[in-house]
Design a protein. Structure first.
Length: 191
């Protein structure tokens, strides 16, 4: 992962001030300052800054690991940080610049997702109807969160959440829905 020092060195080598880099990236100078100081490791401007400085973007983005995907149940937070900050930052897959990671626990979504795998969720806001039939990270209006396959419910505005190995959750209102962007398999010892 790129450190703030590497970004600062690349900026200086190209003869750019923080203000000039910020202008090119479409952000405030304070954003560049925080990234270079290491105060922010997942800024929405980071990928743009890396591209401007011609740094390798595929290996420089990280996302917060924020919780577990329960066995047929909701996502449980495992951090004591501000919501979404995560308990650790892990390298993001190529192309994922605004996301979170969750660890699968249980078998409700097997064979698609198995216990111990890491799911990377793209935190781009999508319309619920655009993700019908997709496996998604779903936040319900009452605050519960799941990873399920999204289907229409019995009436407009309500949806059914499908598991592969558990009963469906019928007719729930959805607050937000995010697609599952990548899956990282659990390491398996091949003895």
């Amino acid at each position: 992962m790129t450190t703030g020092k590497e970004i600062r060195a690349a900026r200086a080598a190209q003869g750019l001030t923080q203000a000039q880099l910020a202008e090119r990236a479409g952000c405030a100078q304070a954003d560049v300052f925080r990234i270079e100081k290491g105060e922010v490791s997942n800024s929405k401007y980071l990928l743009t800054i890396l591209r401007i400085l011609r740094l390798d973007t595929a290996t420089h983005i990280s996302v917060p690991m924020v919780g577990y995907v329960g066995a047929g149940s909701e996502v449980f937070a495992i951090d004591d940080h501000a919501k979404g900050d995560g308990f650790e930052m892990i390298p993001a897959p190529p192309g994922l610049t605004n996301g979170i990671a969750l660890i699968v626990r249980g078998d409700s979504m097997e064979p698609k997702y198995t216990d111990g795998e890491t799911l990377f969720i793209e935190k781009t806001i999508y319309g619920v109807d655009s993700l019908i039939g997709e496996n998604c990270y779903i936040q319900l209006a009452d605050g519960r969160c799941y990873v399920k396959k999204l289907q229409y419910g019995s009436t407009p505005g309500l949806y059914t959440l499908i598991s592969y190995n558990a009963p469906p959750i019928h007719d729930v209102p959805i607050e937000r829905v995010y697609p599952i962007a990548f899956t990282k398999p659990k390491y398996r010892n091949l003895r």
